[in-house]
Design a protein around this ligand. Structure first.
Ligand SMILES: [Zn+2]
Ligand SMILES: [Zn+2]
Length: 133
């Protein structure tokens, strides 16, 4: 996709995102958020909770908010306010990027994993997968 060739800037704090990793995720070293390709997110979630695996596109219902829309890291257009398993996220349907603020990734894991022990280990695994260089 085209955005991979562009400089991605953080929707939250406008600092450059980390593009060193050859991954489908772009963390922000400044604020701790992360932009993730929606297909990659589907794959990761399916690994975390196999019952969430789906062949279809990741479905994220729209949510209503009074906050100003975040600006997509890739195309500069406003992102859509969406939710996934009750966690408020932002998504650009053009670039298929999903933005997590720092705490939202943990919130999502808390929402999809019931077992506390498994949750802790997945917090770390997902962090390694999304943020490692
Ligand atoms: Zn940031
Ligand atoms: Zn975009």
């Amino acid at each position: 996709m085209t955005y991979r060739d562009q400089l991605l800037s953080c929707p939250r704090c406008a600092k450059p995102l980390d593009r060193r990793a050859q991954r489908e995720s772009w963390p922000c070293p400044a604020c701790g958020g992360v932009a993730v390709d929606s297909e990659e997110l589907s794959r990761l979630l399916a690994r975390v909770v196999p019952s969430l695996a789906t062949a279809d596109k990741l479905v994220t219902p729209a949510r209503t908010t009074t906050d100003r829309a975040l600006i997509c890291a890739a195309c500069g257009q406003p992102m859509r306010a969406v939710e996934l398993h009750g966690v408020a996220l932002d998504r650009c349907y053009r670039d298929e990027l999903i933005w997590f603020d720092a705490a939202e990734l943990d919130e999502l894991l808390d929402a999809v994993i019931e077992d506390a022990e498994a949750r802790r280990s997945w917090h770390q695994k997902l962090r390694d997968l999304l943020f490692a260089n």
